[in-house]
Design a protein around this ligand. Structure first.
Ligand SMILES: *Cc1c(COP(=O)(O)O)cnc(C)c1O
Length: 452
């Protein structure tokens, strides 16, 4: 056997074609073998099957069937977000066109840490990040691995502007990555403001901004992970202006509403933020990762300036080679922008808006079914595409057990969330192909597995 073929270069496409056939066949075989949204049997069964399929993972002599074997096993053992009964997390089904674009990114393998590794990819990244930044009222945007990295970078940029005494103030409803960012950056312990109805309480924020010494970075959420709620952004923005606080809005989930004429008004106030986290692997239907941090004042980005002799030497930059290293704390960096660009241009505002409208309408439909069903209690009408509910008369223990039973039987994938002091089942609807009948099936399944 000769040397294995490469993915790019003049022979790349010919080498890839039969391998793609293998991958597509394996995806089909594995998915058909699974039958449902998740493999039945729980962790022991799935691990045993994967261990068997993997066999000797680093054999002395290679196995030409490894691609088919492992992709089949992965598909069979997958939690498939394209299945209508897989609706636990902000874990969406990627669009076929985005995944196809990502294949090209993998084949060409541009690395966005220097222009000489990514000439066209870096130009595309500039075009797309500027366009998406404008969409949120900002001027520039950095590509990140997701909301977690965006929140960390937002805190870092704020610290570099305001100093190491920067105090983060966030709602009790904030994503767990927010206090973690403070820990990671060695900032003082963040201040947690109550969010009694699931959204940050502006009166309590006012209090905190008045009594706790600054400088402050207020972090609001547009689309909470647990319930899809949006903090009162205009009130929070006003308070930040009054108290001279910097504002970051974690819109990792909610920012996708910008694509929809109908739902966009829910994000009023977003444009006031200094920085915004936005995840297109949520309401954007991208394969992970597709995160962005938009930045209103481009001067903030000077904090990330970083020089190394081999990637962005001064004389190279003076001669006109774009300095890419200073646009991320990472060095080697995938062109996640390609799949995003292809998706935006293929679907347009209308196409993306339709997807957003679909999933929001599905959430309303599910909420209506739950509301009208005597066996269930609905937490609240949905703001985005998350619905919290629980069987009437169930205990928290029942809810937790029910969720795990659905997982281990492989019948349905639902999440869990605490609200109003109780545990709820969480359905996060991100699959625009889900039909109302599927929602009825979901409720019937849950009812059938409810302990009584
Ligand atoms: C998903 C989410 C995050 C984390 O994003 P990752 O892409 O998983 O890093 C942060 N904040 C909110 C509100 C989210 O929904």
């Amino acid at each position: 056997m000769g040397l294995p073929p490469l993915a790019s270069g003049p022979h790349g496409p010919d080498a890839l074609r039969p391998l793609l056939d293998t991958v597509l066949h394996a995806l089909q075989t594995g998915t058909a073998a699974r039958h449902g949204p998740l493999p039945p049997g729980g962790p022991d069964t799935v691990t045993a099957r994967m261990t068997h399929a993997a066999g000797d993972i680093l054999p002395d002599h290679g196995d030409p069937d490894a691609l088919h074997t492992l992709v089949t096993a992965l598909a069979e053992g997958a939690a498939d977000p394209a299945h209508p009964l897989c609706a636990a997390h902000l874990h969406g089904p990627p669009l076929a066109v985005a995944t196809a674009a990502d294949l090209a990114a993998g084949a060409l393998n541009p690395s966005l840490d220097s222009w000489d590794q990514a000439p066209a990819a870096s130009a595309l990244e500039t075009l797309v990040t500027r366009a998406l930044a404008r969409e949120t009222g900002a001027t520039d945007a950095l590509v990140t691995t997701g909301g977690t990295e965006s929140n960390q970078l937002a805190a870092l940029l704020a610290r570099e502007t305001h100093g190491p005494g920067l105090r983060l103030i966030h709602g009790a409803n904030a994503h767990h990555s927010v206090p973690r960012a403070a820990w990671l950056l060695g900032l003082p312990e963040p201040v947690t403001v109550p969010a009694p109805a699931g959204t940050l309480d502006p009166a309590a924020l006012d209090e905190a901004l008045t009594h706790i010494p600054g400088p402050h970075l207020v972090i609001a959420t547009a689309g909470t992970t647990d319930a899809g709620l949006i903090d009162p952004l205009p009130d929070i923005a006003d308070l930040c202006t009054t108290h001279g606080a910097r504002l970051h809005i974690d819109a990792a989930y909610g920012a996708g509403l910008l694509f929809s004429h109908r739902h966009r008004p829910k994000l009023a106030g977003l444009e006031a933020a200094h920085t915004i986290a936005l995840d297109l692997h949520k309401l954007g239907w991208q394969p992970i990762a597709a995160g962005l941090l938009t930045v209103k004042n481009p001067d903030d980005l000077t904090a990330l300036h970083h020089h190394t002799h081999y990637l962005n030497a001064d004389d190279d930059t003076d001669a006109g080679l774009p300095d890419l290293l200073s646009r991320s704390p990472r060095t080697s960096r995938r062109p996640d922008i390609l799949k995003i660009a292809v998706t935006l241009k293929t679907l347009g505002r209308t196409g993306l808006g339709t997807l957003v409208d679909e999933v929001c309408a599905l959430a309303e439909k599910l909420a209506a079914l739950i509301h009208d069903h005597p066996a269930y209690e609905l937490h609240a009408p949905p703001t985005i595409s998350t619905v919290l509910f629980r069987p009437t008369h169930a205990t928290d223990h029942d809810v937790a057990t029910l969720r795990r039973t659905l997982l281990t039987t492989g019948h349905a994938v639902l999440g869990r969330a605490h609200a109003d002091g109780r545990l709820w089942l969480k359905a996060t609807l991100l699959n625009p192909h889900t039909r109302p009948d599927d929602l009825a099936t979901l409720l019937t399944l849950v009812e059938g597995h409810t302990p009584r």
